[in-house]
Unconditional design. Structure first.
Length: 260
């Protein structure tokens, strides 16, 4: 955000200085909503380009939206066969199954009826680098951080995911929130051109209004989605290094477990 231009030219006047300082202090004390991101380095901007205007739907741990489909349940994820157990239960309310619920800033966008054991700010992207054979074969060459310390040398290790727990910066309007990748989808599982491309490619998925991301109820609330479980909200997103994730409720619990 660009600061407003001042019409005062002589800043050494005490009255002007006092008014300016008071305005700064007032702004610092009143800002609701997610914390702003740190200054983005040129390296990050080039390595992790923005993906803009992407339809995002909502999913949650414990959801069963199609019991007949191989990927129709969030009781498990592609990276954790006991995801619901690892998370601590239904990420919502248990009423005729596991249902989602509205989240509020006052409660840090956390679920109201359970205490999660893992980060409630989670999402998926359509690149399953463990179970999809095409994505697995390509992962060491298309994932930008695959050769970084802590990742290098795991190309053939099926117990290791380059994607799981990675951080993503997500924006909608004037809101910015952060989450960790904990599943793959929606609808596609080796969409490298969209996930890692630098030309803002559209998702290959044609279902769910062409969605290119699912976000958790915590991210749904944090970003101010128009619906609890819709397919009309659009976001901009970007991978982000852990050291550029600012303070916020997304750091209250950080998921660190690998493939289970």
């Amino acid at each position: 955000m660009n600061p407003a231009k001042s019409t005062v030219n002589r800043w050494n006047r005490p009255a002007v200085c006092f008014a300016f300082c008071l305005a700064v202090l007032t702004a610092a004390c009143t800002g609701p909503g997610p914390a702003p991101s740190p200054t983005q380095s040129a390296t990050t901007a080039g390595r992790y380009p923005w993906h803009t205007g992407i339809v995002s739907t909502t999913f949650w741990v414990g959801e069963i939206f199609d019991p007949k489909a191989a990927d129709g349940s969030q009781v498990m994820s592609t990276y954790d066969s006991k995801w619901m157990q690892s998370y601590g239960g239904c990420d919502g309310v248990v009423t005729n199954g596991c249902q989602t619920e509205a989240r509020t800033q006052a409660k840090g966008f956390a679920p109201t009826r359970m205490t999660p054991k893992e980060n409630p700010f989670y999402l998926d992207l359509p690149f399953d680098d463990v179970n999809d054979p095409i994505a697995f074969a390509e992962r060491a060459t298309v994932i930008p951080w695959a050769n970084d310390p802590g990742f290098a040398g795991n190309a053939q290790n099926r117990s290791f995911s380059y994607m799981k727990n990675q951080w993503v910066r997500i924006r909608m309007g004037n809101r910015e929130c952060y989450g960790q990748i904990e599943d793959a989808g929606p609808g596609q599982y080796h969409d490298k051109d969209y996930v890692f491309g630098s030309n803002d490619a559209r998702p290959a998925n044609k279902n769910f209004n062409g969605a290119g991301m699912d976000v958790s109820p915590a991210l749904n609330g944090c970003l101010g989605f128009s619906e609890l479980d819709g397919e009309s909200d659009k976001v901009d997103w970007q991978f982000v290094p852990r050291d550029q994730v600012p303070a916020g409720p997304w750091l209250n619990i950080v998921t660190v477990s690998q493939v289970k």
